[in-house]
Design a protein. Structure first.
Ligand SMILES: [Zn+2]
Length: 248
């Protein structure tokens, strides 16, 4: 294995990465990191809330459009690649099947850092519904379980060994929207690229993009103020130690 710096972002939906960590990802790319994105769902539930045609065909069209938008956003941020696991949007559960699929991508990309959504809600200072879509929580729970212990343990999902995917120890987990935030990234130089990438998701924001832009700029400003920075993104950063010196 080379000493290339590699990060993997795991999210539920197209656009989750840009909103949660787009500025951080842009910085990593600038600093020479190889960054990949894995989107768990097909994005097919992202049509208008008041749609009348919710047929499988309509769903497929939305999914294709959103995937194209996600690829465009990833290109703007300079990602190495995007992969969709094609779980149905709106129906993600933290199943063993999802855990195994995430172990598979972690062992394949072998990142030092994995970014995930929070598996838990934060009620303080006020509950923010959009941050804790049930798919986000399910992906957060499955991803954390995939990172530890399964990705690093040959005994978990032995079928992956047969696929040539040996155990891999992730060094750090960065959790978006965690109830406790302990790390800030200065995105003052990459905020504009984050917003440009987000704008690629035209089907989601369209002519309301200016409102989202204002809200995200304000959020980045408030986070920055807390850390003496102009604009920031915040995470709960977990540094994983070497494997425990005892058996489970
Ligand atoms: Zn989402």
């Amino acid at each position: 294995m080379t000493d290339e710096k590699r990060a993997l972002v795991i999210v539920a939906h197209p656009d989750d990465m840009e909103i949660g960590c787009g500025g951080t990802v842009a910085r990593w790319v600038e600093e020479g990191w190889a960054v990949w994105l894995v989107v768990v769902t097909e994005g097919g539930g992202g049509g208008p809330d008041d749609a009348t045609d919710v047929s499988p065909e309509a769903r497929r069209r939305i999914s294709e459009l959103r995937k194209a938008e996600q690829h465009e956003a990833a290109r703007i941020l300079g990602l190495r690649g995007v992969e969709f696991l094609d779980y149905p949007d709106g129906r993600v559960e933290p199943t063993l099947e999802l855990r195994r699929d995430l172990v598979r991508v972690i062992r394949r990309y072998r990142p030092q850092i994995v970014v995930i959504p929070s598996p838990e809600r934060n009620w303080v200072p006020a509950y923010q519904v959009g941050r804790y879509h049930p798919d986000h929580l399910a992906v957060g729970q499955a991803a954390l379980a995939a990172i530890y212990p399964a990705a690093g343990n040959a005994w978990d999902f032995p079928e992956l060994l047969a696929e040539g995917l040996s155990p891999h120890h992730v060094q750090e987990v960065w959790v978006i929207n965690a109830p406790v935030l302990n790390h800030a990234v200065d995105i003052s130089t990459t905020l504009e690229r984050k917003l440009a990438a987000l704008q690629a998701h035209r089907s989601q924001f369209g002519d309301r993009f200016h409102l989202l832009k204002r809200w995200l700029r304000q959020a980045a400003l408030e986070r920055g103020v807390r850390h003496g920075l102009q604009y920031a993104e915040e995470f709960h950063r977990i540094r994983l130690r070497e494997p425990f010196p005892f058996r489970r």
